[in-house]
Design a protein around this ligand. Structure first.
Ligand code: NAD
Length: 479
């Protein structure tokens, strides 16, 4: 391997080698090496934060509509190169091609959506108790935003961090996951082709414990916006506490899907399977556990099993017409294998699937339905992050809600019923950031994606997500 095989960090508008250790990036379907990135050290992170800090005041002074113009240059170029970026996502993340193309298009749409906020960043004027005084609330950028990304939607999540940060006048340093960094480096090369001022967008690659920790420890970072696991989120929050740096944490989930006896079972089975097999079950808001009323448990299980058996899986870098690719890596596959084996030992019944696939190479697991699950099993409590649906029967909506709420997680939830009163009862009782009624779990960019309990702090998307990138500055003016 020579230096030209290693991706170069993008800092202060220039590409530069980081030196030191490197990390190999693997195709999870073929287990072949796709490239290398630097494991950036503290000095490199310091340079990136310094570049972002130096660029921020001038960037903030630009009218928001001009900042939005730069964002639109990026989205326009992305739309011209959807196939190229999708291909990279397919190869390094194992996503099926159709979904990878959706991810790139959605990324461009998201950047445009956030650019539209340029004319809607609003302060407030408040009546004073004093005569001749005005009180203004101004919204100001936090300064330098550190964005730390997971691997499951590696491309879209760059935009979810970068676009709201930039339109509100911040500059960013992004660290992609070491599992899927190549698409982020390609994104940086695209950014470099636009006229975005140097230092506004910076990219550094590396491991969490080294590069990520250096970013979170840096006193000049105004906000850490992180998407990833609960364990890492908790570590980041502890690190951030040393400088009292603000955090925005989008963490794991264990989404309950409640199916009542009066539900449209065909719709429920399809929506639950779609939510579970998309991205091979590696989505934070995927349906992770089913609570079904006893009288319809059997027909629902039959319909779900039929969907799962029809799921086409394989190597997405070799085949186009697939529903599912591999899991991200060996650790991800080993985790799913061991959770299902434990569930079997605890008394769960395998209706379909229940083992790794026989494709010979790649980290594939069969789409799986488990019945006879109980609330005390790990498979009903811990995040699986694979194509496995565990099902438990319940006697009533109240029991389903109590079980759904008895969780460390609180990101998304869903209910399938034709009874509007039952749906509204669930909406009021479910302690979750999101509830989907009679549809698959997939959030909209104008909503607010936020978890309760250990699923996170703060949220993303829409107006409320945008304002997480801003501080409020109060002005009292006597006149
Ligand atoms: P992860 O926590 O292992 O890693 C995420 C990122 O954190 C990586 O870039 C990693 O390098 C970095 N990191 C690790 N240790 C660090 C440290 N000490 N300091 C700073 N950075 C550090 O998560 P993952 O395996 O990449 O992603 C899967 C998880 O992400 C799942 O739990 C999933 O539910 C969650 N997720 C949540 C959402 C959401 O919106 N709530 C979206 C996608 C994924």
């Amino acid at each position: 391997m020579n230096d030209s095989d290693i991706c170069q960090n993008y800092i202060g508008g220039a590409f530069a080698a980081a030196g030191g250790e490197t990390i190999a990036v693997e195709n999870p379907a073929t287990q072949t090496t796709l490239g290398h990135i630097p494991d950036s050290d503290v000095a490199t992170v310091n340079r990136a934060v310094a570049a972002a800090r130096a660029a921020q005041p001038a960037w903030e002074k630009l009218p928001a509509i001009e900042r939005a113009g730069y964002l639109r240059q990026i989205s326009a170029r992305l739309r011209e190169r959807v196939a190229e970026f999708a291909d990279l996502i397919v190869r390094e993340q194992g996503k099926v091609r159709a979904l990878a193309e959706v991810e790139v298009n959605f990324t461009a749409d998201y950047i445009d959506y956030m650019a539209e906020w340029a004319r809607r960043i609003e302060g407030e004027v408040i009546e004073s108790d004093r005569a001749g005084e005005s009180i203004f609330l101004l919204r100001k950028p936090v300064g330098v935003v550190a964005g730390i990304l997971p691997w499951n939607f590696p491309f879209f999540l760059i935009a979810r961090k970068m676009a709201p940060a930039l339109v509100t006048g911040n500059t960013v340093v992004i660290k992609p996951s070491e599992e899927t960094p190549l698409n982020a480096y390609a994104f940086a090369r695209l950014v470099a082709e636009t006229g975005l001022p140097a230092g506004v967008f910076n990219l550094v690659g590396g491991r969490g414990a080294s590069t990520g920790d250096s970013m979170c420890s840096h006193p000049d970072v105004g906000l850490i916006t992180f998407t990833g696991s609960v364990a890492t989120g908790s570590r980041i929050m502890a690190t951030a506490a040393k400088n009292l740096t603000r955090v925005n944490l989008e963490l794991g989930g264990k989404a309950p899907a409640i199916v009542l006896a009066d539900a449209d079972l065909d719709l429920a089975a399809k929506a639950i399977c779609d939510s579970r097999t998309i991205n091979t079950g590696q989505v934070c808001n995927c349906a992770e556990r089913i609570y079904v009323e006893k009288s319809v448990a059997e027909p629902l299980a039959e319909k779900i099993a039929a969907h799962l058996k029809a799921t086409r899986y394989g190597d997405p870098s070799a085949e186009n017409e697939l529903d599912m690719g591999p899991l991200i890596n060996k650790a991800g596959l080993d985790k799913v294998v061991s959770m299902v084996e434990q569930a079997k030992a605890d008394g769960a019944t395998v209706v379909t699937g229940g083992s790794a696939s026989d494709l010979g190479q790649g980290y594939h697991y069969l789409p799986t339905l488990l019945t006879d699950c109980r609330a005390d099993m790990s498979i009903m409590r811990d995040e699986i992050f694979g194509p496995v649906l565990p099902m438990q029967t319940v006697d009533s909506l109240d029991e389903a809600i109590a079980l759904a709420n008895d969780s460390d997680y609180g990101l998304t939830s869903s209910i399938y019923t034709t009874n509007i009163n039952a749906a509204m009862q669930a909406v009021h009782a479910l302690q979750y950031g999101e509830t989907y009624i009679n549809r698959e779990n997939f959030e909209a960019m104008q909503g607010f994606h936020a978890g309760r309990r250990k699923s996170g702090i703060g949220g993303a998307d829409g107006k409320h997500g945008l304002y997480e990138f801003m501080e409020t500055h109060v002005v009292y003016m006597q006149h």
